[in-house]
Design a protein around this ligand. Sequence first.
Ligand code: DC
Length: 226
Amino acid sequence: MVIAIDGPAGAGKSTVARTLAQQLGFTYLDSGAMYRCVALISRARPEVAAAELAKAARIELGGGTDAPATRPGPGSVVMLDGRDVTEAIRTPDISQAASQVAADPGVRTAIVARQRELIARGDWVVEGRDIGTVVAPHADLKIFLTADPQERARRRAAELGVDPGSVLEDMERRDERDAAREHSPMVAAQDALLIDTTGLEVQDVIGRIAQLARRLRADLGDAPAS
Ligand code: DC
């Protein structure tokens, strides 16, 4: 079973997706970490086409749904070509660079192929921008999380320990680029459930999605989720 969680930065995707995976016993996939890895190598090797780097990169996601949900960023360990880049891919600079590199159709083709291969078997909660539309259009459950920009900036700033004003501008720039790009823009799938998390407790959002997933599982006749 695949649950897709899409939406803009700071909408609560990471916390929701990771905790949900923990609760349901699914594997968590942070698709954005892959674009962040491509951005990082692309910075180091600007002379090579980003799509080539995306194809060749050895990206290992710690998968583990055991990282505490409150940790900034998705939390699990990310290895790139054998190097631990967990922290290096979370800087504001790499956030912008990831959004830029993610607009490259060659990069997307390479990364989407890997993501599809990963989630072909087993139960997954996948977070990103194009999961419900492109990576897993047949996902069993699609959620699009939003929240008003001020609140998203506040949450992001609290995670990073910085001023919300500085985060807001960066975040809006990134969201505009992610939503306006020609290839696989960030958009809610037609059959996605839209949840505006402004003013909601994250636990309530998780509870609601978990309930939907359990019901769906029961309808599908699978073993009941824990
Ligand atoms: O989810 P994140 O903030 O770690 O993602 C970083 C960037 O990667 C984001 O600004 C756009 C891109 N991205 C994407 O284009 N498609 C995805 N499925 C996930 C991320």
